[in-house]
Write a protein that binds this ligand. Structure first.
Ligand SMILES: O=C(O)CCC(=O)C(=O)O
Ligand SMILES: [Fe+2]
Length: 265
């Protein structure tokens, strides 16, 4: 794993709001990420609980990607990959924070001939407001211009607010809130399997349709800066925990939002 960052990479991340690290994983690491993610997704879909979006497969959103949330909670292998402190230190360094917790992980498998992912921001969906939340997106298959690689609007993390635009079918819904972003040239991020793309949770991003007859699989994880506080939105918080906290409380439950890395610990 290429977990040592150069100053140039950190500067790029801060300026653009995203960073591509080609071939982030070594070949054997990629095999493990791919196999365990596929296994965890298969188990989740077989269990058909609430943490996947495949209840109605004909729904538009179900055809954007197969989405399986919080695989670290049900698959010990995924947990060990996502809670790796070496990865945590790297991610905290990119985010510019002294500690980092898991917000949620999610497998996002764009199916063959899958729908595009509309332009959106991540943080406005979540239960905390932070300008330095960070997501990791790992390509388990080659991500190409044909099968739905990621696209970003560079620099938008510096201007974004926490206003939410629900991710709907329309690619351009985000531009109703941010019409001035229409003039920003989108950057495509095609990358070979095993590459990682990191983005600030306020950077505008989306992905193209999958025009191929093969899936475009990605494993992602959103990380929350340690010390972030509850904003009243439930999002993926378990109901009992949600009912036990009030806005302003620090989100530091070790089971719900485990600490991945903290400076000096
Ligand atoms: O994989 C995709 O199509 C979208 C990914 C995304 O929105 C994210 O990782 O935040
Ligand atoms: Fe996103």
């Amino acid at each position: 794993m290429k977990s040592v960052l150069s100053q140039e990479q950190i500067d790029t991340y801060n300026q653009d709001g995203f960073l591509v690290i080609p071939n982030f994983l070594e070949h054997s690491e990629l095999e493990t990420w791919r196999n365990w993610t596929q296994e965890a997704v298969d188990q989740r879909l077989a269990a058909s609980g609430p943490l996947s979006n495949q209840a109605d497969p004909d729904n538009f959103y179900a055809q954007v990607f197969i989405q399986c949330l919080k695989l670290a909670d049900t698959h010990p292998g995924m947990r060990s990959l996502l809670l790796n402190p070496e990865l945590g230190e790297m991610i905290a360094t990119l985010a510019g924070t002294d500690g980092i917790r898991i917000w949620h992980d999610q497998a996002l498998f764009k199916p063959p001939f899958g729908n595009p992912t509309a332009w959106h921001l991540d943080v406005p969906y979540w239960s905390f407001q932070a300008r330095n939340a960070i997501s990791m997106w790992i390509a388990l298959d080659d991500a190409t211009l044909s099968n739905g690689c990621m696209y970003y609007l560079p620099g938008t993390h510096l201007k974004a607010s926490f206003d939410n635009v629900g991710i709907g079918q329309n690619m351009a819904a985000l531009f109703k809130v941010y019409p001035e972003w229409r003039s920003i040239e989108p950057v495509a991020c095609p990358c070979p399997a095993g590459s990682a793309v990191f983005h600030n949770g306020l950077t505008a991003h989306g992905a193209g349709a999958n025009m191929t007859n093969r899936p475009r699989r990605a494993m992602t994880c959103a990380y929350m800066p340690d010390g972030s506080t509850f904003n009243g939105t439930r999002n993926v918080l378990p109901e009992v925990y949600f009912n036990s906290i009030k806005p302003g409380d620090v989100l530091n439950d070790p089971v719900v939002n485990p600490l991945v890395w903290k400076k000096g610990e």
